[in-house]
Design a protein around this ligand. Structure first.
Ligand SMILES: *Cc1c(COP(=O)(O)O)cnc(C)c1O
Length: 501
């Protein structure tokens, strides 16, 4: 085959093969190709490239051996991941996004689509901050304004927020802080802050010790007493607080920090207030649940993830800014590409070249509408409440955190400890039991929840192994939840026999 043919016309046989591969994949689960590391690495041990390109048919043979080894995230019995199930129209839409191959970093290389980014960001800004029509009329497409930036995900959005907060405090020069009499700089947030904040502070040259992870109350919310104490300590030690972070939907529990109180404290202390709503932000679509996020409108910056509850493909996140001129604190230009007096989004984004993922968000906004999102979200939050009630009714389980949104944590209790008061030694046994159980369930491949390790108020500071369920798939029905719990009880009986004989 001539190489130019690969660029000219699509091969219909190849298109059909992709459809078939996806069809088969979506009707199976991980049990068809169980995770076995040795086998996986053995399958992929060629470090050399083929000298000449393969024929399409030979490449398809190879592809057919790779796809079954992927994770079957779309199964309604998999309730452990934060990866969004995608509406079916995404498949064709992604073809458009990929083959247009626009680069919204720069107006020249995406034209209308770089303004689509601004429109999408304005819609989400409006969801969070509810500014009025003239505000959006003035700022949405203004040159030196940004209601936010698109990122590849929550991590880069959080890192961008820290970058902004640092530049607001001392420009790009940390030594300016020392000249102001400070001896260092920190950020404050709860113990449940996402680990992207550690990465961000590391990159700013401040290191992991500058991330102060404070205690939480019995509902896994940042303790205000601990915060006031930390603030006093910072003053005493002459540490600049670059940002106060509120979590709106913690990765472990879905818990929400007391945002109105945090906003008031941040205003009092003149600290940049960032809310990490990577998971929880879309709760704002729901009239029933939006009250949970009250106070978020006071945040200087807000992280959202498109690829979680907004149900678009991976690689879509954003940072919103309450004030449209905030982004100027990190403005950069490059004479060959990004001009200072342009509309180029690349002036503010940490990332350079990026895909036009705003198209996915635009499609979802247009096709679901606000009501569609509200319905999808409320149904998921109801599913989580149903699952929690099934867990609470059954002595084989212990609910460890009630769902605030659509995340819940629980654990299985081995038969000999059911109905007993669990001391530290018993909890060690329950930990080992739940690690083995989660692994066995994953290996079997029919159903899935993830696991985490956290202290939970009622057992003091002892780290506990928790099973973590994420109810995100609109196709999950009550029977899937019941079957998942039944799988766990069945596997639990076997494992208890092996562990405790
Ligand atoms: C998922 C998540 C992140 C990180 O986002 P990525 O898209 O994985 O980079 C940060 N914070 C919270 C609360 C999250 O749930």
């Amino acid at each position: 085959m001539k190489l130019t043919e690969l660029f000219a016309q699509p091969d219909p046989a190849f298109g059909q093969a992709m459809t078939d591969l996806l069809e088969t994949f979506h009707h199976s689960d991980d049990s068809q190709a169980p995770y076995q590391r040795d086998q996986f690495t053995h399958q992929l041990e060629q470090s050399g490239m083929p000298e000449a390109g393969l024929a399409m048919a030979d490449y398809l043979t190879r592809l057919a051996t790779l796809v079954p080894g992927a994770s079957h995230l779309t199964s309604p019995r998999y309730m452990g991941h934060m990866t969004a199930p995608l509406p079916a129209f995404t498949a064709e839409l992604s073809r458009l996004v990929v083959m247009l191959n626009q680069n919204p970093m720069k107006m020249e290389s995406s034209r209308l689509l770089s303004f689509l980014e601004r429109e999408v960001l304005a819609k989400l800004h409006r969801l969070v901050y509810r500014a009025d029509e003239p505000f959006y009329g003035t700022h949405m497409h203004a040159k030196d304004a940004a209601l936010g930036v698109m990122t590849s995900g929550g991590t880069i959005a959080n890192v961008t927020a820290l970058w902004l907060a640092r530049n607001r405090a001392c420009g790009d020069n940390l030594f300016a802080l020392y000249e102001q009499g400070y001896r260092g700089a920190v950020i404050l947030g709860s113990r449940l802050m996402h680990y992207s904040f550690d990465k961000g502070m590391d990159l700013l040259g401040l290191g992991a010790r500058s991330v102060w992870r404070l205690e939480t109350d019995q509902h896994n919310r940042l303790s205000l007493a601990a915060l006031e104490q930390a603030l006093a300590q910072c003053k005493e030690q002459k540490l600049k607080v670059l940002a106060l972070v509120g979590v709106a939907g913690s990765t472990d529990f879905g818990s929400i920090d007391p945002l109105p109180e945090l906003a008031a404290i941040a205003a009092r202390e003149q600290i940049h207030f960032h809310v990490d709503a990577a998971w929880g932000g879309p709760t704002l679509f729901s009239p029933r649940y939006q009250g949970l996020l009250a106070g978020i409108e006071h945040a200087d910056t807000v992280t959202l993830d498109g690829h979680k509850q907004l149900l678009v493909p991976l690689g879509t996140g954003m940072l919103l800014c309450r004030q449209p001129d905030l982004m100027m604190a990190v403005k950069r230009e490059a004479p060959y590409a990004i001009r200072a007096s342009s509309f180029d989004q690349g002036r503010f984004t940490l990332e350079g070249t990026r895909p036009a993922n705003a198209l996915y968000l635009d499609a979802a906004f247009q096709l679901f509408g606000q009501l569609g999102y509200a319905e999808l979200i409320e149904a998921n939050y109801d599913r989580a409440r149903l699952m929690a009630s099934l867990i609470e009714q059954d002595p084989a389980f212990e609910l460890m955190s009630a769902p605030v949104m659509n995340l819940l944590s629980y654990r299985c209790i081995p038969p000999h400890l059911q109905g007993k008061v669990l001391d530290e030694a018993a909890n060690e046994q329950v930990n080992a039991f739940n690690v083995a159980l989660q692994k066995a369930q994953r290996a079997e491949g029919h159903s899935f929840v993830s696991r985490t390790q956290r202290a939970v108020g009622r057992y003091g500071a002892q780290p506990l192994t928790l099973l973590r369920a994420v109810l995100l798939n609109p196709l999950i029905e009550e029977r899937h939840i019941r079957e998942l719990l039944a799988d766990q009880k069945r596997l639990g009986d076997e494992i208890a026999g092996q562990l405790f004989g």
